[in-house]
Design a protein around this ligand. Structure first.
Ligand code: HEC
Ligand code: HEC
Ligand code: HEC
Ligand code: HEC
Ligand code: HEC
Length: 489
């Protein structure tokens, strides 16, 4: 399988050549300016003289911040990197309101959030089952880590336990209003590097995108962080806390993409803005942001009763990719024919697919039919138990342990990436299908391909949830069909 971006390997090579040239030139300039240095110090303005400048440590953190657990003495919730405004870290549950309370004034925002994967993040049964396995395998060392992203209020109040017993409704809500709107700062990117500040001056305080918001219920404070992808990066970069192994890298994938360069952040696609009112009684505004937060997961929202989120997620997936036939060769009786297909990531601002590595998979279901509708060849079928045909073209990342064995679910053992066939943002992958055209075939052949996605392979869900396992849907993201005339022998 070949992969590429809009840069061809050639243009990349010439780009790096150009870069080398520029660096050499910059080096000359450096020598030159050093020689002619102005004793008054004015040359300090000359960038070639200063070391690398970090413009904004927050933005840069995706690349320099390895995401590992920090020192125990500075991490009240070790190995999570979460911090709070409270002495010693622990917050009281009384400092937080349930999302329903916010929903009394922020009615639309509440209705959009309810049913999202953020609202399901803690009671998600697939997550809970894996967290239990991880805790067992590591003597509970990973518990705080998982809890920190899947219920930050549960972590910082100390309410959340792996079994989920004796928790208040507020902590059960996963990633809710009070989580994001109490984040006062980020101490890095990934592994819950947030600081939670629920109150200041003894009153509730909400951080948000407006400089002029006034609420009868809470204080407000403008937060630039909330208008950038870095807010999302706090949780959407997951790292093995002890060996630096990158587990999920949605933020970094975006940061390295043309979207980041163009200033199109997570919010533009996942919180699509439009005009409206942020609260009952609030002013009409040109840009407020929706709170559906849909991605690729259609299974869980439907399971928890939100067909709306499941439908929006399906549409999101259907906007993400396109397929084109590049060439069809050697279609003649008895011949070995080849079809080349290009799959392009046209809609996702990160790799396609991104996120949870052991689950997210995309593949091509390819078939060739004769004029009577008889299937002559097929590769990429998913059977009733959820197994894919051996040899299917799959787009996913596969993690491995020390010995190079593929890891299915035991992420804590991951030390390396074995394969990564996911497609870069605005990039593409070319795949070929070969099949034998039957002797004596004539007329036309129909070539069909479906690009399919599921958020979890059925066998893994069965393993985690046993007889309670729900059926994982396969979503068809895009399809193509082409008729091809069978040539002469
Ligand atoms: C995952 C984080 C997250 C969660 C959960 C979340 N918000 Fe937001 N919210 C944001 C971000 C980010 C913005 C600003 C987006 C921007 O300006 O780029 C925002 C904006 C807002 C605004 C300003 C108006 C607007 O829509 O732009 C209000 C009010 C608000 N949120 C209320 C809520 C309420 C109420 C809930 C719970 C029902 C909630 N939020 C849940 C991240 C979150
Ligand atoms: C009594 C009504 C009411 C309640 C309850 C309420 N808010 Fe607000 N909130 C408002 C109003 C009004 C605004 C200002 C809207 C505007 O200016 O467009 C606001 C603004 C906000 C903003 C934007 C702040 C900024 O500076 O950008 C956020 C975030 C927010 N609220 C979150 C919450 C959260 C979280 C809760 C629940 C803990 C909550 N609100 C409960 C009325 C309320
Ligand atoms: C240009 C639009 C765009 C931008 C920018 C973007 N996304 Fe996405 N995102 C998508 C689309 C389309 C999908 C559905 C396809 C897929 O699953 O990758 C998606 C899927 C996802 C998923 C679910 C992936 C899965 O399959 O489980 C997550 C999580 C996500 N995005 C988070 C983010 C975060 C965090 C950022 C910013 C760092 C971001 N996205 C930026 C368009 C975008
Ligand atoms: C406090 C941590 C946290 C923050 C901050 C956060 N997320 Fe998430 N997000 C999660 C978790 C945890 C899940 C997955 C829950 C699950 O699958 O059980 C998730 C799921 C999602 C999904 C759905 C993925 C799917 O498979 O369908 C999208 C989309 C998403 N987040 C986008 C965002 C965006 C955009 C932001 C920033 C505005 C953001 N998130 C901020 C923790 C967070
Ligand atoms: C830094 C934040 C973070 C940490 C720490 C974290 N997760 Fe997650 N988790 C996420 C996000 C974000 C997603 C959603 C990504 C996507 O949609 O593909 C997710 C998704 C998942 C899913 C997929 C759920 C589904 O329904 O498809 C499972 C399972 C999961 N996490 C388990 C764990 C376990 C177990 C741990 C601890 C060992 C853990 N997570 C630690 C952020 C985190």
């Amino acid at each position: 399988m070949k992969t590429g971006t809009v840069f061809t390997p050639n243009s990349l090579r010439s780009a790096s050549l150009a870069f080398v040239l520029l660096s050499v030139l910059a080096g000359c300039q450096h020598l030159y300016s050093a020689k002619t240095k102005d004793p008054s110090g004015a040359a300090a303005d000359n960038q070639a003289d200063s070391g690398p400048r970090i413009l904004d440590p927050l933005y840069n953190a995706g690349h320099v911040d390895p995401g590992v657990a920090l020192d125990k003495s500075t991490s009240p919730f070790y190995p999570s990197r979460a911090r709070t405004s409270a002495e010693g870290g622990r917050l009281s549950i009384d400092l937080f309101d349930p999302p329903e309370k916010c929903g009394t004034c922020h009615t639309e925002i509440y209705a959009q959030w309810k049913g999202s994967m953020h609202s399901n993040a803690w009671h998600d049964p697939i997550y809970r089952a894996l967290m239990k396995l991880a805790g067992k395998a590591t003597n509970g060392l990973t518990d705080n880590l998982c809890i920190g992203c899947h219920t930050p209020v549960g972590l910082t109040t100390g309410e959340a336990t792996p079994t989920g017993e004796k928790m208040s409704e507020i902590s059960n809500h996963g990633v809710h209003c009070e989580v994001c709107h109490n984040i006062s700062a980020a101490s890095g990117i990934g592994n819950t590097a947030f600081v939670l500040t629920p109150r200041k001056y003894g009153r509730p305080l909400k951080f948000g995108p407006f400089k002029d918001a006034r609420s009868p219920y809470h204080d407000t404070e403008y937060s630039e962080l909330h208008t950038t992808s870095a807010l999302c990066g706090i949780c959407h970069n997951v790292t093995h806390p002890f060996n630096r192994m990158p587990i999920e890298r949605t933020y970094d994938e975006w940061k390295d993409s043309p979207y980041a360069a163009e200033g199109i952040g997570c919010q533009e696609c996942h919180m699509t803005p439009g005009p409206g009112r942020a609260a009952i009684g609030g002013p009409m505004r040109e840009r407020i942001f929706t709170h559906y937060f849909v991605g690729g997961n259609t299974l869980l929202p439907a399971l928890f009763g939100s067909e709306k989120h499941a439908k929006l997620a399906t549409e999101m997936l259907q906007r993400a990719a396109k397929m084109d036939v590049l060439s069809v060769r050697n279609v003649r009786p008895g011949g070995l024919a080849t079809v080349d297909i290009r799959v392009s990531n046209i809609g996702a601002g990160h790799k396609l697919p991104t996120g949870f590595p052991e689950g997210r998979e995309m593949w091509i279901d390819f078939s060739v039919l004769d004029d009577n509708g008889k299937v002559l060849y097929r590769l990429g079928r998913i059977d009733s138990e959820g197994h894919l045909d051996p040899g299917t073209h799959v787009f996913k990342v596969t993690l491995g342990d020390d010995a190079g064995n593929k890891i299915d679910l035991e992420l804590w053992k991951a030390t390396q990436i074995l394969f990564d066939t996911r497609i870069l943002p605005r990039g593409y992958a070319d795949v070929s299908f070969d099949f034998i055209v039957p002797e004596g075939a004539e007329g036309m052949l129909s070539i069909k391909a479906d690009l399919c996605y599921h958020s979890f392979p059925q066998p893994l869900v069965n393993y985690l949830l046993g007889s309670d396992a729900p059926k994982v849907p396969t979503i068809i993201m895009t399809s193509l069909s082409k008729r091809e005339k069978i040539g002469k022998r």
